[in-house]
Design a protein around this ligand. Sequence first.
Ligand SMILES: Nc1ncnc2c1ncn2[C@@H]1O[C@H](COP(=O)(O)OP(=O)(O)OP(=O)(O)O)[C@@H](O)[C@H]1O
Ligand SMILES: [Mg+2]
Length: 268
Amino acid sequence: MESCHQTRNPFSDTETAAVGVTIEHLSKNFGALVVLKDVSLSVEPGEIFVLMGPSGSGKSVLLKHIVGLELPTSGQVLVGGLDAAAPETRARIRMALVFQAGALFNSLSVYDNLALYPREHRIANEAGIREKVMRALQILSLENTAAKFPSELSGGMRKRVAIARALVQEPQLMLYDEPTSELDPVMSATISEIIATLKDEYHVTSFVVTHDRDLALNIGGRVGILMGGQLVMVAKPAALHNPEDPIIADFLNPKIDLKNPRFKQLET
Ligand SMILES: Nc1ncnc2c1ncn2[C@@H]1O[C@H](COP(=O)(O)OP(=O)(O)OP(=O)(O)O)[C@@H](O)[C@H]1O
Ligand SMILES: [Mg+2]
């Protein structure tokens, strides 16, 4: 296994090694629908990589390939040097994906949602698990929700529970799908700080899919833009201010023109 920078995870007593992600000529079709077209990208161990792009451009599908939930039509994805599509990779590398819609277990309390993974993997005894779970809830200002069920929470609270649940998994690689959607500005800033802290202090590799420009500008080591299934730009966040390509510029900094609305342009 690829290894670099032995470090401690904030929720773990064990040493962990950050892992990189290598995407090689990845293409994905769903029947006749071509979603990803020859995407190649390397994310270094401990890097924060941000992926932006229009709705439907294939961002979530790309994330699912990294955690092995989708299989490539052609090309491959390596995580820590191992094939992401191979079942044993998930057993060897701790990766946590925060799904766009949270994907919590509705029949379990918030506490039990967080405790599920450490219980199944016997990471600690019940007292140790309680400590980890309550610490993650506290970081995300969720202490008072431990006994509640997902249906009793707001959308933003569910999103934070999903992030807390991922933190408890002591990940070497964290993947986030829209981590700040549905969150207020202060909570969005907290998420930026969590992602940055995991990198700076614990060398966790992060792959963040977002529409949130502020998040990308604040945390991104590099930002990629996926359009129509192709990676059309990879750059430092500063490049987001003034991209040369007019299509990328219009995506990142769209001008609102009340006199000539986009939806009316579409009608013609
Ligand atoms: N399992 C699937 N079967 C068929 N088509 C799929 C499947 N998953 C995704 N798609 C299609 O792939 C395309 C890309 O979807 P994806 O969810 O990756 O978009 P996205 O970039 O994450 O968009 P958004 O910003 O709205 O979340 C869409 O056209 C979607 O309908
Ligand atoms: Mg998506």
